[in-house]
Design a protein around this ligand. Structure first.
Ligand SMILES: [Zn+2]
Ligand SMILES: [Zn+2]
Length: 168
């Protein structure tokens, strides 16, 4: 959990607070139907700053490594992620804040967990490759062509042509 007490920043304009936290309880990230394993605990560093107007700004950086699967051969890939992000908060619920994407907090505690998760989810790439040169899987036998070779390609026949072959 990335919960922080920011009372010192709330009460003092121009005050700031540096934070550093590691969450080793989160082992997976869920996004849509998929689960992604975290190979390293999520690391968060940043600074809360009172920027005036009753607004607290958090500027921080998230680091972790996610396990993804190669889009061609389905082997696991270690995918390091570094995200810089900014989020603003206020303890005062003023209507115009909503338009500015300012999160309303209650009391002195700010929970960055959902923000961190959201940032991570949107940085998961749709497709990764274990290597630019990845040969993928054989269409016929499913063998990983990076590790082994098969003889399918030589005898592989287009399914449309195999109909003709049967007729011959
Ligand atoms: Zn691959
Ligand atoms: Zn094959």
């Amino acid at each position: 959990m990335f919960k922080f007490n920011i009372s010192s920043v709330l009460s003092d304009e121009t005050a700031s607070l540096d934070i550093k936290a590691i969450d080793d309880k989160m082992t997976h990230i869920r996004y849509g139907k998929n689960h992604y394993k975290l190979l390293k605990p999520i690391d968060l560093v940043g600074t809360f700053t009172n920027v005036g107007n009753q607004i607290i700004q958090f500027k921080g950086c998230i680091k972790t490594i996610i396990q993804l699967q190669c889009g061609r051969c389905t082997e696991f890939v270690e995918y390091p992620i570094t995200i810089d992000f900014t989020q603003r908060f206020s303890a005062h619920n003023i209507e115009t804040f909503e338009e500015d994407d300012i999160q309303i907090i209650e009391g002195n505690l700010v929970d960055l967990t959902s923000v961190v998760l959201e940032e991570l989810q949107i940085s998961i790439p749709v497709n990764v490759l274990c290597d630019e040169e990845c040969k993928g899987l054989c269409n016929s036998c499913g063998i990983n062509l990076n590790k082994k070779s098969c003889s399918c390609t030589a005898t592989d026949v287009d399914p449309r042509l195999s109909v003709l072959k049967d007729l011959i």
